[in-house]
Design a protein around this ligand. Structure first.
Ligand SMILES: Nc1ncnc2c1ncn2[C@@H]1O[C@H](COP(=O)(O)OP(=O)(O)OP(=O)(O)O)[C@@H](O)[C@H]1O
Ligand SMILES: [Mg+2]
Length: 507
C-alpha cells in the first residue's frame, strides 16, 4: 500500500525547555508519505531536539504530535520504533565493544524465551548492509571499524526496521562522496516505496538536491517551509540566519615561512613511505577517501599512534613523540574527528572542556579561576559558541557547538602546528565561515596547519598545497593553483597516471 502524498506526521506547537533554555518554542512541521522533508537551521536551532521528541527519547513540554492520524506521545524509544519510526542519530549511538549484529539489534533482539537465533540475525544484518553496499564482518566489534563504517551501520540499522518514517540527523557527516551517493540512491528507493523521510543536514546543496520540501528552524522557533522549486541556497541561508550572511572571506596575506614540519619516508600501520612538509604559515590539506590513511599519518606525528619507519623533523629537530602529551608540549595540537569518543568529556562543564588542555600551563593561585573563566569567555566569543552558561555540562550543547568547543580547546593552547581532522563536520554555514576565517588568521600568524578534509570545496578554499592520499600512499601533491575537484578525485581514487610526488618542499 502506497499512500504517497497523504499526511503521515503533523507536529503542532511543540515546545521543549531545558531549564531556562527554550530548545523548541511552539514549532510546527508536517510530512507526507513518500516525501523527503529537510529540516535545517543553525547549530542549536532545535533540530535534534525535535527528533528526540518524536522518537520518544525526551518528553515534550507542550503541543501535539499526530502520527498516521493518531495523537501520539511516545514515552520510550521502543514505542516509536514499534509505531514505525526509525532514527539515525547525529551522534553515533552504538556500543563500541559489541559486534555489528548486536548493535543492529540492540534493544530489539528477536527470539523467544531468551534464545537468539544468531544465524538468522547474521543473515538479516548482511541483507541490510547489502542495501547500502556495505561489506564488513558482522561479528567485528564496532570499535574496530572506521567512523564511516559505523555511520553506514547506523543507516543499515534504520533500514532493517521496516519503518514508515525514517529520520536522518546528519546521516552522512562522516561519509565519503561515493558513500553519500549510495545513501541518496537508497533514499530515492525508500521514497518510491512511500516511506517518509526527515533529513537534517548542514549541506544546503545536498538538501536542495534530495528534498521535496525544506523547513527552517531558528533559535528553537519555526521560521517557515518552502517547496524545493521555490528554494535557492541564498534563500535558505537567509531564513536560517535571519540576516544576509557576509560570505566574502576575510583575506589574509599568505606569509609562508621556513619548514616547520618535515616528514620523510614515514611508514606504519595504514600508511607507507609518506613524504611531505609543512611550512610556517602554510595550510596543507590532506585529501582522499575515508580510509586513505590520512588520520593515521596525523596521529603518528601527534604521538597517538605508532610508526615503524621514517623520520619526523619539527623545528629542525628529529622528534618521535611517545604520547600526545609530549606533542602538545612541543607545540602541536590535534583536533580529532570522532569528538564524542576522543575529545569531549560529556559530564564536565563547557568551561573545563575548553580550558583543560591549557590549564596545566596557567598560573596557579587565586587568579587562576578568573583566568580560566576569561580564557573560556574569549574562546566562546571568537568561535561564537552558543550556550546558556559556561557551567553547564558540554553534553547540553548542540552537535555543532560541541564541535566548536573541541576546536576552541586546542586553539587555547596557541599551537605552532595545528592538525585538524574534519574540523567542520556538523557545523552550520555561518560557523563554518567563521572557522575558515580563524584558520586563515592562524596561518597568517605563522601557525602551520595540517587540514584533513573530505570536503573538496573546503580543501580548495583553504589550502596552499594539497596532499592527496590513496590506500596509505601519497599519490599527488598539488599547488592550489593546479588543483580542481576533478584532479583531486583522480588522485584520491588512484586513477591519476602521473604520480608526480615532488620530494622537495618548494612549490
Ligand atoms: N540536555 C540538554 N540540556 C540543556 N540544553 C540542551 C540539552 N540538549 C539540547 N539543549 C539545547 O537546546 C538547543 C537546541 O539543541 P539541538 O541539539 O536541538 O540543536 P540542533 O539544531 O540539532 O543543532 P546542531 O546543528 O548543532 O546539531 C541548544 O541551545 C542546546 O544547547
Ligand atoms: Mg543536532
Amino acid at each position: 500500500m502506497n499512500q504517497t502524498g497523504a499526511e503521515i506526521l503533523r507536529v503542532e506547537a511543540v515546545s521543549k525547555r531545558y531549564g531556562g533554555v527554550h530548545a523548541l518554542e511552539q514549532v510546527n512541521f508536517d510530512l507526507r508519505y513518500g516525501e523527503v522533508h529537510a529540516l535545517v537551521g543553525e547549530n542549536g536551532a532545535g533540530k535534534s531536539t525535535l527528533i528526540k521528541v518524536l522518537g520518544g527519547i525526551i518528553p515534550r513540554n507542550g503541543g501535539r504530535v499526530l502520527f498516521e492520524g493518531n495523537e501520539v506521545d511516545y514515552q520510550r524509544p521502543i514505542e516509536a520504533l514499534h509505531a514505525g519510526i526509525a532514527i539515525i542519530h547525529q551522534e553515533l549511538s552504538m556500543m563500541p565493544s559489541l559486534n555489528v549484529i548486536e548493535n543492529m539489534y540492540m534493544g530489539r533482539m528477536p527470539g523467544r524465551f531468551g534464545i537468539v537465533n544468531w544465524k538468522d540475525l547474521e543473515r538479516r544484518t548482511r541483507q541490510a548492509m547489502a542495501l547500502i553496499d556495505l561489506h564488513v564482518d558482522p561479528y567485528a566489534a564496532v570499535q574496530d571499524l572506521t567512523i564511516s563504517q559505523r555511520q553506514m551501520i547506523e543507516i543499515a540499522r534504520a533500514l532493517s526496521v521496516n519503518a514508515k518514517l525514517i529520520i536522518m540527523d546528519e546521516p552522512n557527516s562522516s561519509l565519503t562522496q561515493g558513500e553519500s551517493e549510495r545513501l541518496f540512491a537508497v533514499i530515492d528507493s525508500l521514497k518510491a516505496r512511500g516511506i517518509a523521510i526527515i533529513y537534517v543536514s548542514h549541506k544546503i546543496e545536498e538538501v536542495l538536491r534530495i528534498s521535496d520540501r525544506i523547513t527552517v528552524f531558528r533559535d528553537g522557533k519555526y521560521v517557515g517551509t518552502v517547496d524545493r522549486e521555490d528554494a535557492t541556497e541564498q534563500k535558505i541561508i537567509n531564513m536560517m540566519v535571519g540576516r544576509e550572511l557576509d560570505r566574502t572571506a576575510i583575506s589574509v596575506p599568505d606569509k609562508i615561512g621556513d619548514v616547520l614540519l618535515d616528514v620523510r619516508d614515514l611508514s606504519g600501520p595504514g600508511f607507507d613511505k609518506v613524504n611531505f612538509a609543512v611550512r610556517k604559515g602554510e595550510i596543507v590539506a590532506f585529501s582522499g577517501l575515508v580510509g586513505a590513511g590520512r588520520s593515521e599519518v596525523a596521529s603518528a606525528i601527534f604521538g597517538a599512534r605508532p610508526f615503524t619507519d621514517g623520520e619526523i623533523t619539527f623545528y629542525g629537530r628529529p622528534v618521535r613523540f611517545k604520547s600526545p602529551k609530549h606533542a602538545i608540549r612541543a607545540g602541536i595540537a590535534m583536533v580529532q574527528e570522532d569528538r564524542k569518543v576522543l575529545s569531549l568529556f560529556m559530564d564536565m562543564t563547557i568551561q573545563r572542556n575548553i580550558t583543560m588542555a591549557e590549564l596545566p600551563y596557567m598560573s596557579k593561585g587565586v587568579t587562576s579561576d578568573g583566568a580560566e573563566r576569561r580564557l573560556a569567555q574569549q574562546m566562546v566569543r571568537s568561535l561564537d559558541i552558543r550556550l546558556a552558561s559556561l557551567d553547564d555540562p558540554v553534553s547540553s550543547l548542540s552537535g555543532g557547538n560541541q564541535q566548536k568547543t573541541v576546536l576552541s580547546r586546542w586553539l587555547a593552547t596557541t599551537p605552532k602546528l595545528l592538525i585538524l581532522d574534519e574540523p567542520t563536520h556538523g557545523v552550520d554555514v555561518g560557523a563554518k565561515a567563521e572557522i575558515y576565517d580563524l584558520i586563515r588568521k592562524l596561518a597568517a600568524q605563522g601557525v602551520g596547519v595540517m587540514l584533513i578534509s573530505s570536503e573538496l570545496p573546503e580543501v580548495l578554499a583553504l589550502a596552499h598545497r594539497i596532499v592527496v592520499m590513496h590506500e596509505g600512499r601519497i599519490t599527488g601533491i598539488l599547488d592550489r593553483a593546479d588543483a580542481s575537484e576533478e584532479a583531486l578525485m583522480a588522485y584520491a581514487t588512484g586513477i591519476a597516471d602521473d604520480f608526480a610526488v615532488p620530494a622537495e618542499v618548494s612549490s
